[in-house]
Design a protein around this ligand. Structure first.
Ligand code: SF4
Length: 312
């Protein structure tokens, strides 16, 4: 029974409230689906990722990103002006506790072509890598080789991976901080064995959208901790930094991605990309020229209450 001081907000939700919440959730899910399709479609077009007659091998790990990738590619395939095939591939690495039936059941339910490649790389990695050392480097090398072989056997013309915008930006930071290179993760590139074209159709997609999409679609997620290996600490820190930036300055990550698409070699320092040696005054005004004494066009200090992040 409600107290005499109860407000309408204290009342138990009615059927009408539930209906309103249901409609709101459906509306939000529809908006999210449209955004995901638009961004994946845009990346595919911008980088000519998929063309007429392509056979696209979609690498499925059981994580939210690769489920999302396959899901959105299936939607785009149904309405694309070009015809292309999709084949889902999972590598069962025989990690202890890997629920081997989850992906085949899911893919059978979708009614799409798929291939499960079973290779006990887990035992190899455990045997070769000394106790306490990280397994990931050898594990991913083995996995890459196997997936390339499978792609050849399946006649795939594209290998699609589920890396998203935030993975690309984290890689950019890691390469700057530890690799001394301005280098991220390419949306499309030939594989290191020179025999395959690797594409990343989620290049424009924010990770938070993939998290929400996975919840909405209730993908049967397989935990990624089965191998017992720790997530790379430096990558985890880069991801945390990006999340913090986005929380304090919404839009910053999109700006960073935009920057990767608008590079000005004359304002960087790579002598291989810009001919610094032969620079001479032209006498013609150039809006891209040096503005030697102008103030920076961005705010001088972080707004009150914000911390400035210092890198050591
Ligand atoms: S986290 Fe596990 S499965 Fe993933 S690369 Fe590292 S060792 Fe391999």
């Amino acid at each position: 029974m409600l107290s005499p001081h109860a407000t309408p907000a204290d009342a138990a939700p009615t059927d009408a409230d539930a209906e309103r919440a249901r409609k709101r959730a459906a509306f939000e899910a529809h908006k999210l689906e449209k955004r995901l399709c638009r961004e994946v479609g845009r990346a595919i077009v911008d980088y000519s990722m998929i063309g007429e007659g392509d056979r696209v091998m979609v690498c499925l790990s059981g994580g939210k990103d690769s489920y999302g990738l396959l899901d959105i590619l299936l939607k785009l395939q149904a309405r694309a002006p070009v015809r292309f095939e999709l084949i889902a591939v999972n590598l069962d690495q025989k990690q202890p506790g890997f629920p081997a039936e989850v992906l085949p059941n899911y893919l059978r339910g979708l009614g799409i072509p798929f291939h499960i490649e079973t290779q006990d790389t887990y035992s190899i990695v455990k045997e070769k890598v000394p106790e306490g050392k990280t397994l990931c480097s050898l594990c991913s090398r083995l996995r890459r080789g196997i997936l390339y072989r499978v792609a050849s056997e399946l006649g795939a013309t594209r290998i699609a991976l589920g890396h998203h915008r935030d993975d690309i930006l984290a890689t950019l930071l890691l390469n700057m901080f530890f690799g001394g290179k301005l280098k991220a993760m390419p949306p499309k590139l030939v594989s290191d064995d020179g025999r395959h074209v690797v594409i990343r159709p989620l290049a424009y997609v924010a990770e938070r959208d993939l998290i929400r999409w996975a919840e909405h679609r209730r993908f049967p997620i397989i935990p990624c901790t089965l191998c017992g290996s720790q997530e790379n600490l430096q990558r985890a820190q880069a991801v945390a930094l990006l999340r913090e930036w986005e929380r304090k300055h919404p839009g910053r990550l999109d700006n960073m991605l935009h920057a990767l698409q608008h590079i000005v070699p004359s304002h960087l320092m790579d002598t291989r990309l810009h001919d610094f040696a032969h620079i001479e005054a032209t006498g013609r005004p150039d809006p891209e020229g040096d503005r030697a004494f102008d103030a920076d066009p961005w705010p001088e200090a972080a707004p009150a209450g914000e911390q400035v992040v210092h890198f050591r």
